[in-house]
Ligand binder design. Structure first.
Ligand SMILES: Cc1cc2nc3c(=O)[nH]c(=O)nc-3n(C[C@H](O)[C@H](O)[C@H](O)COP(=O)(O)OP(=O)(O)OC[C@H]3O[C@@H](n4cnc5c(N)ncnc54)[C@H](O)[C@@H]3O)c2cc1C
Length: 375
């Protein structure tokens, strides 16, 4: 007899399931996809969209159409509670959705709860990626001959890519912008020195002021207060302060890892509830902690596709075996990028061309036809 599979979040780890939904439906199962919006944006190309290299249509998946084309139900909403005892999900709207098997790909957000932020400050978190669209519009509407101060807090890969692409956007718009990056202890401090020095050179040569050795302490209406007491005026501020899974799993009393991610075993299955699965940034992989990078989310796709079918039909599951080293390419916004895999680090146009090729190929694999023509 058919069962009910619910996919929560149409993120990077669910894309193969979404593409292959017919596999479930043809075997008599009912499938529901729950997500806050009809589109999911690919984070790898988010900074490039901010900078103007990509149009929004080029970096998003129409998950509503992917679901509906295969005969699944798309439910627009946000899951706020899991009731594993009753096998039910509760949405923000109050609607309840029963499941036999559920898989979470709800991603992560920028943790801001420890940071005092004035309610009327022009603050843009770098996730969800849709925020970058709003930020771009904000800049387009305001960047004029008058000097515009743009601040960015966070010295990791997202901070680097967003800053590099802001320089490009400001220069293409012909406005006057002073861009400052508050990098925390050190810009790209978790990466080899060569990555760091290339990143620093790229930003400073293009006029970005990089502040290291201090962090953002408070965001007042138009002033950022740093931990060393410095006050920096701004017109808009981006927050790229690392990522955390949503509190959904902790709030629901499910076993979680130290970061609040759904605690899963090698089958990407909750350690307490065998009918609950997850992938991407929202999980904590019990066998070994994983970096919060899209690379892992993408590699979990075939495992989730197989294991969700296996869970619905009592078959043998596959193990997720994370690869050790992975490729990262950082888009600097000027047609150049920094390539890093293990000890190999270099920068230049070739690195950007490679990233662009990999990213576009990934989009082609999952975008449905007609998506690029959407308004
Ligand atoms: C600016 C930036 C650039 C990056 N570039 C790279 C890169 O080049 N390479 C790389 O490997 N990694 C990159 N990353 C990291 C990457 O973003 C994450 O690892 C990746 O997004 C994880 O994918 P995900 O599908 O788990 O989560 P997400 O991309 O966050 O997707 C989660 C989805 O779930 C939905 N959702 C959330 N909550 C709920 C809910 N309660 N109910 C229903 N639906 C929900 C969301 O709307 C979203 O569609 C970047 C991150 C940032 C911020």
């Amino acid at each position: 007899m058919g069962k009910h599979l619910v996919l929560v979040g149409g993120g990077h780890a669910h894309l193969t399931c979404l593409k292959e939904l017919k596999v479930f439906i043809e075997r008599g199962h009912e499938v529901t996809l729950i997500g806050p919006a009809s589109h999911h944006y690919y984070s790898g190309m988010g900074p490039g969209m901010l900078g103007g290299t990509y149009r929004p249509q080029e970096i998003r998946f129409n998950i509503l159409k992917m679901a509906q084309a295969a005969g699944a139900r798309f439910l627009q909403g946000v899951v706020v509670e899991v009731r594993p005892g009753e096998k039910r999900l509760v949405l923000a709207s109050g609607e309840e959705v029963p499941y036999d098997v559920v898989s979470f790909n709800t991603g992560s957000g920028i943790p801001t709860h420890d940071l005092p932020i004035a309610p009327d400050a022009n603050v843009f978190t770098v996730k969800p990626i849709e925020q970058l669209l709003k930020a771009q519009k904000f800049i387009r509407d305001r960047l004029t001959k008058k000097m515009h101060h743009i601040l960015l807090a966070g010295g990791g890969p997202a901070g680097l890519e967003i800053t590099g692409n802001l320089v490009r956007l400001a220069s293409d718009l012909g406005g006057r912008a002073e861009i400052t990056l508050v990098a925390g202890r050190r810009l790209m401090g978790d990466f080899p020195d060569k990555v760091r020095s290339l990143a620093l050179a790229s930003l400073t040569e293009r006029g970005v002021k990089v502040i290291e050795g201090t962090r953002l302490r408070e965001v007042q209406t138009n002033v950022a207060v740093l931990q060393d007491g410095r006050m920096l005026p701004f017109d808009m501020i981006f927050l790229a302060l690392g990522v955390r899974p949503s509190p959904l799993f902790n709030d629901s009393g499910l076993p979680t890892g130290p970061d609040g991610g759904l605690l899963v075993n090698e089958f990407l299955q909750s350690v307490a509830h065998p009918e609950i699965f997850g992938g991407g940034d929202c999980i904590y992989f019990q066998p070994q902690p994983l970096d919060k990078v899209g690379v892992y989310a993408v590699r979990q796709n075939p495992i989730l596709l197989h294991n969700l079918q296996a869970a619905l039909e009592n078959r043998v599951m596959w193990r997720f075996k994370p690869q050790g080293a992975y490729l990262l390419i950082f888009n600097l916004g000027n047609g150049r990028a920094i390539f890093r895999r293990k000890q190999l680090v270099f920068d230049g146009p070739l690195a950007f061309k490679l990233k662009d090729y990999i990213d576009r190929r990934f989009m082609q694999k999952f975008q449905i036809s007609g998506e690029l023509e959407e308004a």
